[in-house]
Design a protein around this ligand. Sequence first.
Ligand code: H2U
Ligand code: ZN
Length: 341
Amino acid sequence: MTTFDLAEHPHRRYNPLSGEWILVSPHRAKRPWQGQEEEMPKENRPEYDPTCYLCPTNERANGEHNPDYKSTYAFDNDFAALQPGTPAGAFTRGSLLRAESERGICKVVCFSPRHDLTLSDMAVEDIRKVVDLWQQEYEELGMLDFVNHVQIFENKGQVMGASNPHPHGQIWAQSSIPAGPAKETQHQAAYYKKNQRSLLQDYLEIELEEKTRIIYENHLFVVLVPFWAVWPFETMILPRRHLQHIGQMDDADKNAFAEAIRQLTMAYDRVFNVSFPYSAGIHQSPTDGQEHPGWHLHMHFYPPLLRSATVKKFMVGYEMMGDPQRDITPETSAERLRSLF
Ligand code: H2U
Ligand code: ZN
C-alpha cells in the first residue's frame, strides 16, 4: 500500500475562506507543460486612441467628455448595473419566489491616461496612484448610508470579457453583501470567535513556514498560490499586517502593495509571453458599520489560461454540476510562477 501523497493522488482540498472544496487530480498532469507555448504577436496599441471611450478628452456613450486626466480617473459607469435611486421594495410569493430591490453605484476606474499600458507596464509610482484611488473610493463609497459593501475589481483581457484594452477596472458599491464576500465574512468571523486570531494571518504563517506556495515577498506583502486554488495560476496578495480594509493602509503599505501588484503582473506576462488575462479583485471588510475584527484584506487573481496563450481552462461539466477541479497542483503552479520573478 503506498502512502497518500498530495503530489500524486487524487484528493479534495478545503477552502477555509469559502467553506468549499476543490478536487485535485495531479496524476493527470505529470507533465504540466505538454502544450505548446506559441508566441502571440505583440499587440501594437497607440498611446492615445481617438475611438477609445476611456482615453483622456474622448467622448463617452452618454455624451460626456473625459477630462484631460494625467494619472487616474474614476467616473460613474454609463451602463451601471446598480443605481443609487432605485426605490425600496420586495416581491415575494410564498417562501420560494423572493426578490428585493438593490441600490448601488458602479464606477469605472482608469488606471492611466496611456491607452497602450497595462498594470504590468506601469511604474510602481503610477500603480501607487491607482491604489490611492481605490482607497479613496472605498472610503467615500463606504461612507454612504446605503452602501454596505464595496467591490473593487479588474477584468483584464478579451477572454475575461473586458470591453476595452485601455487599462481600467471597476467598482461596484451596494446595499447587500454579495455571496463571495459574505461567505468569507462568515468564515473569518467564526474563526476569529473561536481562536481570537485572524484566519488569514494564521494561514499566512503556515505558508511562510511551508514555503512551497510562496511566489513573492516584500517587507509588507506576500504573494502566494493558495493551497485551495482553483484556477491554474490563481494567486492571492496578502498583507503581513492585519489590515481589515484598504482604508487602513498607510504610505508604506500602499507602496509595498503597488510593488507586489507590479511584480505579480509582470511575472504573469512571462508565463506564456502574452499580456496575461485575469479577473482580480480586493476582498476586504464590508462597510456595514460592524467591527469585523477577523477580516483580513487580500487581493485575488483568477487567470483563465491553462496551457498556452490560447488554451484556457473551462469551468464546465463536473465543475458546473459538482465541485471545481484542477490537474496541475497549486505547488507546481507556484514553482513555475516563482521562476518568473
Ligand atoms: P469592462 O471592460 O470591465 O467591461 O469595463 C468597462 C465599463 O465601461 C463597462 O462596464 C462602461 C461599460 O458599461 N462604459 C461606460 O461607462 N461608458 C462608455 O462610454 C462605454 C463603456
Ligand atoms: Zn484609451
